[in-house]
Design a protein around this ligand. Structure first.
Ligand SMILES: Cc1cc2nc3c(=O)[nH]c(=O)nc-3n(C[C@H](O)[C@H](O)[C@H](O)COP(=O)(O)OP(=O)(O)OC[C@H]3O[C@@H](n4cnc5c(N)ncnc54)[C@H](O)[C@@H]3O)c2cc1C
Length: 376
């Protein structure tokens, strides 16, 4: 893949830059991190603005170079990122596009693109995180519906979601990877109870979700019954492979800001700090190259490959190192939650856990890339 802008890419970049310059000053202020209904409205509003301007499907339909230019330019201009649309735009939507029927694609994809519906992910359970295939939420057939009972945990954005990509066990007698089914469940269906969980950063961005005989139409099953593990791998490959790509651009911007702040407050004189900033710059440049590879592979093959685990593993650690370095640049001010980067530092702790822990990514890299024997 040639990474230099073609004349068409350069024209796309210039047009986007001009549009961002006009539209961003007209956006309403960002709601506070705790105001989830406000954040939902804000994020959906931005998605609608993108839709009206013809940029809504850039994550799905555009050539990889165009997607990467979009990420670079929106980040450079300080535009909002996907926010509450993370699951819908970056992994439930792409899964439905790859695995759903024509009717399902027509029903679910346009509202995601138009900024009308928010999705969440109901995969993890109290006893099924890393070992996701041991999930126990049960679903049994009753006429044209599945009846679902069980509970999910760590469901990001559950409080403000319209739909949930839900994993259920439809055959408890089959081997654990075989009896799983991928369903789309309405979050306002009778029997769904959401109990928010507060993080150490103070906001309730995820929740426990309790399911008590919730009826989900069989027509809302994506893929075949008991074939949900294969569909799940498609979802996870998008989640690990391409969903975080915009954040790499943001991290590179933060790195520049850190260097400027260090020069301003005198910490730049510390050679150890300068060395860390230099190493991080090299890390994020390498991660951006890996991002280009993953996005390109996803668009060639339809689904990102196992390289997503390499990216997720290194990116989550680099992000933590970035914000630890930010704390060194800030000095005592790193204790002030209102300072830039301080909440990001707290939330960066979750990156080596969410979307599969680092240990699990290392297992995947060891077994599927290096060909080492399977762990026990
Ligand atoms: C910010 C955040 C948002 C999240 N959002 C969602 C969401 O929207 N939807 C959703 O479904 N889930 C979500 N999760 C859950 C996430 O997917 C799980 O936390 C993760 O998969 C780990 O599972 P666990 O917490 O049960 O830890 P466990 O699986 O219990 O792991 C505990 C420790 O044991 C290690 N370990 C476990 N198995 C192995 C092994 N085989 N080899 C080596 N080490 C191992 C792990 O690496 C970890 O260090 C979110 C998590 C976070 C932190």
């Amino acid at each position: 893949m040639d990474l230099a802008d073609t004349p068409e890419d350069a024209e796309f970049r210039a047009r986007l830059r001009e549009w961002l310059g006009k539209v961003l000053p007209t956006l309403p202020p960002k709601p506070s991190p705790d105001d989830w209904p406000g954040r939902r409205a804000h994020d959906l509003g931005w998605q609608r603005t993108l839709y009206d301007a013809g940029y809504a499907d850039v994550h799905w339909a555009a050539a990889p170079t165009v997607r990467l230019i979009f990420l670079e330019e929106t980040e450079r201009a300080g535009a909002p990122y996907v926010g509450a649309n993370f699951v819908g735009l970056l992994h439930a939507g792409p899964t439905i596009a790859a695995e759903g029927s024509a009717g399902q694609r027509a029903r679910w994809l346009p509202p995601i693109l138009r900024g009308e519906e928010v999705w969440c992910q109901g995969f993890s359970e109290p006893d099924a995180g890393s070992d996701l295939a041991s999930l126990r939420t049960r679903a049994w057939r009753d006429g044209d519906d599945y009846v679902v009972s069980g509970s999910k945990i760590w469901t990001s954005h559950a409080e403000v979601a319209d739909w949930c990509e839900l994993l259920v066990r439809t055959d408890p007698t089959a081997a654990k990877h075989r009896g799983i089914t991928w369903l789309a469940m309405r979050m306002d269906a009778p029997g769904v109870t959401v109990r928010p969980l507060r993080t150490l950063a103070g906001s309730a961005e995820f929740a426990e979700v309790f399911l008590d005989e919730v009826r989900v139409p069989v027509a809302h099953r994506v893929g075949d019954e008991n074939d949900g593990w294969r569909v799940t791998m498609v979802t996870l490959s998008f989640e690990r492979g391409t969903a975080f790509v915009g954040e790499v651009v943001a991290c590179r911007r933060v790195l520049g800001e850190l260097a400027r702040e260090a020069r301003r407050n005198g910490r730049w004189d510390d050679p150890a700090l300068r060395r860390r900033l230099g190493l991080l710059d090299a890390e994020f440049r390498a991660l951006w190259r890996l991002t280009q590879w993953n996005v390109s592979e996803a668009s060639a093959g339809g689904v990102p490959g196992v390289g997503g685990s390499v990216f997720k593993l290194r990116y989550s650690h680099a992000r933590q190192e970035l914000y630890d370095t930010a704390a060194d640049v800030l000095g005592d001010e790193a204790l002030d939650l209102d300072r830039p980067w301080v909440l990001d530092r707290l939330s960066s702790l979750s990156y080596t856990i969410a979307a599969g822990t680092s240990q699990i990514q290392r297992n995947i890299v060891a077994e599927r890339i290096l060909g080492l024997p399977k762990g026990r």
